[in-house]
Design a protein. Structure first.
Length: 116
C-alpha cells in the first residue's frame, strides 16, 4: 500500500526519536496523514494528525512533546518525539487516505520502546 514507517527503536526515558512515514508519490493525500499507536493489550489510539482545516491535532498525552510535520516534496510525514516516557512504548503506525479510492490505509508499524 506504499506507506513505509521507520525510525523506531529503544530509547531511555527523556530521550528523543523521529519517526518517518514515506508515502508513494501522488498516492496518498498528505493532508490526511496521521500517526497512531498501539500498546500491548490496548486499543490503537490517535497520536497526532493533520486536520482538514490545515492544522494539527494531538492526543492530550503527547501535547507539548510530540510534533507532526511533513515534507511534501519527499512525500514523507514525520513524528518528532521528545521527552519520551515509558508509557509511550507502543507500535506506531502511520495512516492516510489513498487518492485513488479515498480509503484510509495503514503502514506496517514501527516499534518504539522507552525504558525507565
Amino acid at each position: 500500500v506504499q506507506l513505509q514507517a521507520s525510525g523506531g527503536g529503544l530509547v531511555q526515558a527523556g530521550g528523543t526519536l523521529r519517526l518517518s512515514c514515506a508515502a508513494g508519490r501522488n498516492v496518498f493525500s498528505m493532508n490526511t496523514m496521521g500517526w497512531y499507536r498501539q500498546a500491548p493489550g490496548k486499543q490503537r489510539e490517535l497520536v497526532a494528525t493533520f486536520t482538514s482545516g490545515g492544522g494539527t491535532a494531538y492526543a492530550d498525552s503527547v501535547k507539548g512533546r510530540f510534533t507532526i510535520s511533513r515534507d511534501t516534496a519527499k512525500n514523507t510525514v514525520y513524528l518528532q518525539m521528545n521527552s519520551l516516557k515509558p508509557e509511550d512504548t507502543a507500535v506506531y503506525y502511520c495512516n492516510g487516505k489513498r487518492i485513488r479510492d479515498a480509503q484510509y490505509y495503514w503502514g506496517q508499524g514501527t516499534q518504539v520502546t522507552v525504558s525507565s
